[in-house]
Write a protein that binds this ligand. Structure first.
Ligand code: ADE
Length: 427
């Protein structure tokens, strides 16, 4: 790994610097599965396309994110990093970033909301020219509480569906002060990260937290977007009887034809053993659903914010609650039944497990790195709105990923190209 570039911010706030060595080893292990990012690193090392750029990042502090930070620095950027969720930080990685990779990192697993925002403010000390966000908390903070810093910013990137929805609202209200690239909308991001990443890591989080048997369980997935599709697919693969709840008629139909039971949350709440919300919306499971649940039902969220499970109401209808296992809180309802909430309703895949596997984050973070390089050259030509990742970047990531997986594909013959271009040949 390359020696780090010196960073202008010297402070950091992590749990325990004694964890740094373990973190370094885990970061190196993750990098073994990040073949696309390795190619980007090679290219960045040669061209230094990010020279002089200051990047403020608010991402889940994981082994994969650490590798992205490293590669951005190889490209010539200065970076500072805060967590994008109070429970997703891997403390050993945060320590390693500070000790071995000279990345000022501000994140501690389990930090309260005040500390979470204090850490975002610390990252803003870098006076970012690029914001790199996962959920848009950094962007919203700079737009509302640090407007004086907006003049430095040339552009930003956003990692996740929820963040993109927030940014599109800002752009629609003409409140967005600089162009942002929606990494989430790249095919090589959402088709793989949202589906296979969330699919595997959500099940991983639930199993690490509960050690429950999936086979034969009634598994309710609320939301059939790319994340919901992935979670449902993996639960089915492990033998669960999967129910989908949806509000979108086309998605509901798709779920039915994909072979799932589809019903209202009201009906599903009476029969589910395990519930997972992945809708991106608020109060998906609330009072009536909690009251309907069987004794011992397990409830988790894998959507970005902890608003999908109405825990405030759950507390109000519970006699008491207590931790019964790490990441498992038992709520004893007034009707005598127990409901088990995982990871306090926060992202279960990043809180109780390690988030998406490296091989899938490889493509997401290659999109991030290459989008930043694109912004450096093109930001001045862009409007203050949300843009997709340029198609050539997206396609090229797929080409490299296939290569790293040892998969060869066909290409069109001249005759096939001509056929596709012509409208004359029919029956
Ligand atoms: N989001 C989901 N999984 C992640 C991971 N492993 N690293 C960073 N962000 C993530």
């Amino acid at each position: 790994m390359k020696p780090p570039v010196k960073n202008p911010i010297r402070e950091y706030d992590v749990k325990d610097m004694g964890l740094a060595q373990t973190g370094k080893q885990r970061i190196e292990w993750a990098y073994r599965s990040m073949g696309v990012l390795k190619q980007v690193e090679k290219d960045f090392n040669r061209r230094k396309p990010l020279k002089g750029l200051r990047i403020g990042a608010c991402l889940h502090v994981t082994t994969e994110t650490a590798n992205l930070m490293r590669v951005l620095k190889v490209g010539g950027a200065d970076v500072a990093l805060a967590a994008s969720n109070p429970l997703s930080t891997q403390d050993d990685v945060a320590a390693a970033l500070v000790k071995y990779f000279d990345v000022p990192t501000f994140s501690i697993k389990g930090e309260d909301t005040k500390t979470y925002y204090k850490h975002i403010f610390s990252v803003l000390e870098i006076k970012p020219m690029i914001t790199m966000d996962d959920g848009a908390d950094l962007v919203s903070t700079i737009h509302t509480k640090k407007r004086n810093l907006l003049r430095n910013v040339i552009g930003g990137t956003e990692e996740t569906t929820t963040g993109v929805i927030r940014l599109r609202s800002m752009a629609k209200e003409k409140k967005l002060a600089y162009p942002i690239i929606s990494v989430n909308d790249a095919y090589t991001k959402h088709l793989f990260d949202n589906r296979y990443g969330t699919g595997q890591s959500t099940i991983d989080g639930i199993l690490r937290a509960t050690n429950r048997l999936m086979a034969g369980s009634v598994f309710v997935v609320c939301g059939y977007g790319w994340c919901g599709r992935g979670v449902a697919m993996r639960a089915k693969g492990m033998g669960a009887r999967v129910i989908i709840t949806e509000v979108d008629p086309v998605r509901a139909l798709e779920a039915a034809m994909d072979g799932y039971y589809v019903m209202s949350i009201r009906e599903a709440s009476k029969i589910g053993d395990i519930f997972v919300t992945v809708t991106g919306d608020t109060t998906v499971i609330s009072k009536n659903e909690f009251l309907n649940m069987k004794d011992g039902a397990i409830v988790a969220n894998s959507g970005h914010f902890n608003v999908e499970l109405d825990l405030e109401t759950l507390r109000s209808i519970s006699r008491n609650h207590r931790e019964v296992r790490e990441f498992v809180e038992e709520y004893r309802l007034a009707n005598g039944r127990a409901v088990y909430v995982l990871a306090d309703g926060r992202l279960v895949n990043l809180s109780a497990a390690e988030g998406h596997p490296s091989s899938v984050m490889d493509m997401s973070f290659a999109n991030q790195a290459l989008s930043v390089a694109y912004l450096k050259t093109n930001a001045s030509r862009l409007e203050k709105t949300v843009y997709p990742v340029p198609e050539n970047i997206d396609k090229n990531i797929a080409v490299i990923k296939l290569k790293t997986l040892g998969i060869e594909i066909d290409s069109l013959t001249p005759r096939q190209k001509a056929y596709l271009a012509s409208w004359k040949s029919g029956t």
